[in-house]
Design a protein around this ligand. Structure first.
Ligand SMILES: *[C@@H]1O[C@H](CO)[C@@H](O)[C@H](O)[C@H]1NC(C)=O
Ligand SMILES: *[C@@H]1O[C@H](CO)[C@@H](O)[C@H](O)[C@H]1NC(C)=O
Ligand SMILES: *[C@@H]1O[C@H](CO)[C@@H](O)[C@H](O)[C@H]1NC(C)=O
Ligand SMILES: *[C@@H]1O[C@H](CO)[C@@H](O)[C@H](O)[C@H]1NC(C)=O
Ligand SMILES: *[C@@H]1O[C@H](CO)[C@@H](O)[C@H](O)[C@H]1NC(C)=O
Ligand SMILES: *[C@@H]1O[C@H](CO)[C@@H](O)[C@H](O)[C@H]1NC(C)=O
Ligand SMILES: *[C@@H]1O[C@H](CO)[C@@H](O)[C@H](O)[C@H]1NC(C)=O
Ligand SMILES: *[C@@H]1O[C@H](CO)[C@@H](O)[C@H](O)[C@H]1NC(C)=O
Length: 659
C-alpha cells in the first residue's frame, strides 16, 4: 500500500473513531456506547479478586439464562462488599434468542472496555440491549445518568411540523409504555408524518421501575428531544432506566402480529438450583406487550401517496400498521390495470422485460414490470426480488407493492414514481437546468441514504449491483428513489463480499473487481455511487467525453482536473457558482469512491458523513480505476474487452424503468 493511500485509510479510520466517540452520527455509523465507573472514582477491583470472580459468575449466569423470556434480567451474586448487582435489558421487540446473544456480545465488549471497573454500563448498537453492573443495589431504582443522545444529522423535510408530530407520537407512546407490567414497559408505533414519510417511534423503561419513575425518566427524555433532535429525521435519548428513539425514514424496530416473546417455560423448581440469587422472577407470561398507536387516516397525505399505502399497509382493529407480504395479484387485474399491456402504457423496456404504467380499479397508479419469458431472470431470482424488495422500506427506495405469478407470466407491481428517472433530466441539455444545485445535492444524499439502508440498516444486507442514473427515479418533489433490486443478492450476516459467476450491472458503473472477477461487495456499490455522483455534478455521462480524437472517461476527466486544481471544469455549466466549494467537495467525494483499491473507497456510512459535514478533511483520492488518457487509451480498450463483454451481452440492457 502506498503512503498516501495508507494515510488516507488512516484518516478515514481516525475519522470513524472520532465519530464513534461523538454522539452525532449514529445513523450513519452504527456503534455501541459504554461508560465505566461514571459516578465516583471507586477503587478498581484487582484481577482474580473475589469481586472479579463474583462478577464473572454473575454475568455468565445472566447471559446464559434461558428461563426468562421477557427481556429483562436482574441478578446479584456474592456477599457484602463483594456483592455484584447486574441488570440486562433488551429492546422490547427482540426475540429471546436475539436478546441472549445481544447480552453475551455486550458482556464481552463491556469486560473488554471497562477492565477492573466496579461499575459499568454498555448499550449495544441501536440500544438493542443494555448490560449494566455495579457494586451497589441498582434494582428498582430510577437512574438517569450516564445518558447520551444523538440525532440523525439532516434536517427533515418539514422541520417545524415534524417536530410537533414526533413529540406527540413519543408522548403518546410514553403513556402506553409506563402502563406496562413488571416484565416489560415498552411501546412502539408509527404514524404518517407531515409530508410523505412515516414517523416511527419507540420508548422503553426498565420494567422494575414503578409507573411513576418510568414516567419521570421518559419525560426527561422527551424534554431533551427538542435540544438534541429538533428538525432531524431521527434521534434518540438514552439513559440507564429508559430510552426513546424516533426515525422518519425507516422502520427500525420489529413489528409482529404475535407477541414478541415466546411463551414462558415452566421454571418453577428450577430456580433454586444454582447458588446464584436469581432475583429475576420467572413469572409465566401469557401476554406480552406490543403497543401500537392509533393511525389517523385523515392526515393530509397526498392522495396518490395515501393510495399506494392502502395497497401495502392495512390497519387492523388496533389501528396498527401491519406491513403485509407483497400482494399477490390476479393476472386479469393487471391486464385491466394496464389496458391489456397496451403499447401506449409502456414506460420503458429493460433487460428483464417491459414496464407499463397501470391504474388499479381504485384509481391507484402503479408501474408494472412484465418479465419476458426469456429474460435472464429465473424463477428463483424472481422470488428473490419479490421477497427482498417487499421487506425493504425506505423513502429512497421504490416500493414493491405486489406481484403476479400465473403460468409463464411473472409480473412485479411497483409504486408509480412520477418524474421518470434521473438520466432523463441530468443528461438532457435543457432539462438539467431544472436541477439546481440544492436539488442535486438532495438527490445525491438521498441515493446515498438508500444505499446505506440496503447495506447496513435494513435487516438484510443487500448489494444493489446495478446502480446507475436510469435506476434512480424521481418523485414529484424530486426525491430520489432507487429502483430495480432484481439483481441484489441476499448476504449472510457476516458475509461482506462474494463472488459471482454471472455478472450483472452496467458497463461504466461497474467496479473493476466486479467487472473483471465477478467479485462484488458493498464497495462495488460505492464505486457505482461515485460514478453516479460525478455524473450528477457534471451532467456528463460516464461513457466517454470526446476531446478531439481521444475519448476520456468521466472519472478520469474529473481526477485529472481535480489533481490539476481545475476541478471547476468538471462542474455542470448550468449550475451557478455560489456553491462552488460544496460542489468541488462532492467531486472529491466521488473520486474517493471510484478509487481502484477497494479498501481506499469509503463505506456508504462514511460517504454520508462526508456529505453532511463540511468541516471534515477528506483524504486525498488516488487515481481512479477507469483512468484513461491519450497515453494509455490502448489499455483501456483492451480492458473494456475483458471487462464486461459478457455482462453487456447478458443483462446490461436494463435501461430504464419506468421511462
Ligand atoms: C482503574 O483502572 C483504570 C484502567 O483500567 C484507570 O484508568 C483508573 O485510573 C483506575 N482507577 C482507580 C481509582 O484506580
Ligand atoms: C488469575 O487467575 C488465572 C487463572 O487462575 C491465572 O492464569 C492468572 O495468571 C491470574 N492473574 C493474576 C493477575 O493473578
Ligand atoms: C462488540 O464489539 C464488536 C467490535 O467492536 C462489535 O462488532 C459488536 O457488535 C459488539 N457487540 C455488541 C453486542 O454490541
Ligand atoms: C443528560 O441528561 C441531562 C438532563 O436531562 C441533560 O441536561 C444532559 O444534557 C444529558 N447529557 C447528555 C450527554 O445527553
Ligand atoms: C419554522 O418555524 C420558524 C419559526 O416559527 C419559521 O421562521 C420557519 O419559517 C418555519 N420553517 C418551516 C420550514 O416552516
Ligand atoms: C396522542 O393522544 C391524544 C389523546 O389520546 C390524541 O388526541 C392524539 O392524536 C395522539 N397523537 C398521536 C400522534 O397519536
Ligand atoms: C427483578 O425483576 C422482576 C421483573 O421486573 C421484578 O418483578 C422483581 O421485583 C425484580 N427484583 C428486584 C429485587 O428488584
Ligand atoms: C410447573 O411446574 C410445577 C412443578 O414442576 C407444577 O406444579 C406446575 O403445575 C407447572 N405449571 C404449569 C403451568 O405447567
Amino acid at each position: 500500500m502506498s503512503i498516501p493511500s495508507l494515510l488516507c485509510s488512516l484518516q478515514i479510520l481516525l475519522f470513524i473513531i472520532f465519530t464513534y466517540q461523538t454522539k452525532a452520527v449514529y445513523d450513519q455509523i452504527n456503534s455501541y456506547h459504554y461508560f465505566c465507573d461514571q459516578s465516583n472514582n471507586r477503587a478498581n477491583y484487582t484481577t482474580n479478586s473475589t469481586y472479579h470472580k463474583n462478577l464473572n459468575t454473575l454475568l455468565t449466569t445472566l447471559t446464559s439464562n434461558t428461563d426468562i423470556n421477557y427481556g429483562f434480567y436482574n441478578f446479584s451474586f456474592g456477599e457484602s462488599s463483594d456483592r455484584v448487582y447486574s441488570t440486562g435489558l433488551c429492546r422490547g421487540d427482540l426475540l429471546p434468542n436475539d436478546c441472549r446473544s445481544c447480552l453475551s456480545g455486550s458482556r464481552e465488549n463491556l469486560t473488554r472496555s471497562c477492565p477492573n471497573q466496579r461499575e459499568a454500563i454498555f448499550w449495544s448498537k441501536d440500544e438493542r440491549c443494555m448490560l449494566r453492573y455495579s457494586d451497589q443495589l441498582i434494582f428498582g431504582i430510577m437512574e438517569d445518568v450516564p445518558n447520551f443522545s444523538s440525532n440523525n444529522l439532516d434536517d427533515s423535510v418539514d422541520v417545524n411540523l415534524s417536530n410537533e408530530v414526533v413529540m406527540s407520537l413519543l408522548n403518546n407512546l410514553t403513556s402506553k409504555a409506563v402502563k406496562g407490567d413488571s416484565r416489560i414497559k415498552y411501546a412502539a408505533g408509527s404514524l404518517p408524518g407531515p409530508s410523505v414519510e412515516i414517523i416511527y417511534g419507540l420508548v422503553q423503561c426498565a420494567p422494575d421501575l414503578s409507573e411513576k419513575d418510568c414516567n419521570s425518566c421518559l419525560v426527561e427524555n422527551l424534554q431533551q428531544i427538542p435540544d438534541c433532535c429538533k428538525g432531524k429525521i431521527g434521534g434518540r435519548v438514552v439513559r440507564p432506566s429508559c430510552n426513546m428513539r424516533f426515525e422518519t425514514s425507516y422502520l427500525f424496530y420489529e413489528t409482529r402480529a404475535s407477541p414478541p416473546r415466546s411463551p414462558p417455560t415452566n421454571t418453577t423448581g428450577k430456580s433454586k438450583r444454582s447458588t446464584i440469587v436469581g432475583i429475576g422472577v420467572a413469572i409465566p407470561i401469557g401476554v406480552v406487550v406490543l403497543v401500537f398507536i392509533f393511525f389517523c387516516i385523515c392526515l393530509k397525505i397526498r392522495k396518490s401517496k395515501k393510495k399506494f399505502e392502502d395497497i401495502q399497509e392495512e390497519e387492523d382493529q388496533d389501528g396498527k400498521i401491519e406491513v403485509l407480504e407483497p400482494l399477490q395479484l390476479n393476472f386479469n387485474t393487471i391486464c385491466n390495470a394496464t389496458n391489456d399491456f397496451f403499447d401506449s402504457n409502456k414506460l420503458g423496456e429493460g433487460g428483464f422485460g417491459i414496464v407499463y404504467k397501470g391504474r388499479l380499479s381504485n384509481g391507484q397508479e402503479i408501474a408494472v414490470k412484465r418479465l419476458s419469458g426469456d429474460s435472464g431472470q429465473g424463477d428463483s431470482e424472481f422470488k428473490n426480488e419479490v421477497f427482498l424488495v417487499a421487506k425493504l422500506q425506505h423513502r429512497n427506495l421504490v416500493r414493491l407493492l405486489g406481484f403476479c405469478l400465473q403460468g409463464r407470466e411473472r409480473i412485479l407491481v411497483y409504486e408509480f414514481v412520477h418524474n421518470k428517472s434521473l438520466d432523463y433530466f441530468i443528461f438532457d441539455q435543457t432539462k438539467k437546468a431544472q436541477l439546481y444545485w440544492e436539488m442535486r445535492y438532495k438527490i445525491i444524499l438521498g441515493i446515498a441514504r438508500g444505499i446505506l439502508y440496503l447495506h447496513e440498516d435494513s435487516r438484510l444486507r443487500i448489494i444493489h449491483r446495478d446502480l446507475k442514473a436510469s435506476n434512480v427515479l424521481l418523485d414529484e418533489e424530486m426525491n430520489p428513489k432507487i429502483a430495480d433490486f432484481g439483481m441484489a443478492r441476499l448476504f449472510g450476516v457476516d458475509q461482506t463480499q462474494a463472488n459471482t459467476r454471472r455478472i450483472v450491472g452496467t458497463y461504466g458503473y461497474m467496479a473493476p473487481e466486479y467487472a473483471m472477477h465477478g467479485h462484488f461487495s458493498m464497495k462495488s456499490d460505492v464505486f457505482s455511487f461515485g460514478i453516479l455522483l460525478l455524473e450528477i455534478v457534471s451532467g456528463i455521462k460516464n461513457h466517454g467525453i470526446r476531446d478531439g480524437e481521444y475519448t476520456e472517461y468521466l472519472s478520469s476527466f474529473a481526477w485529472r482536473n481535480w489533481k490539476d486544481g481545475t476541478a471547476t471544469n468538471v462542474i455542470d455549466p448550468t449550475l451557478n457558482n455560489d456553491s462552488q466549494n460544496e460542489i468541488v467537495r462532492c467531486i472529491h467525494i466521488g473520486l474517493l469512491c471510484v478509487q481502484e483499491n477497494i479498501s481506499n473507497r469509503p463505506t456508504m456510512a462514511s460517504v454520508i458523513v462526508m456529505l453532511n459535514s463540511h468541516s471534515i478533511t477528506l483524504p486525498v483520492p488516488s487515481e481512479p480505476a477507469f483512468y484513461m488518457d491519450s497515453r494509455n487509451s490502448q489499455d483501456i480498450i483492451s480492458w473494456g474487452h475483458n471487462l464486461a463483454q459478457e455482462s453487456i451481452n447478458e443483462v446490461s440492457n436494463t435501461e430504464l424503468y419506468p421511462r
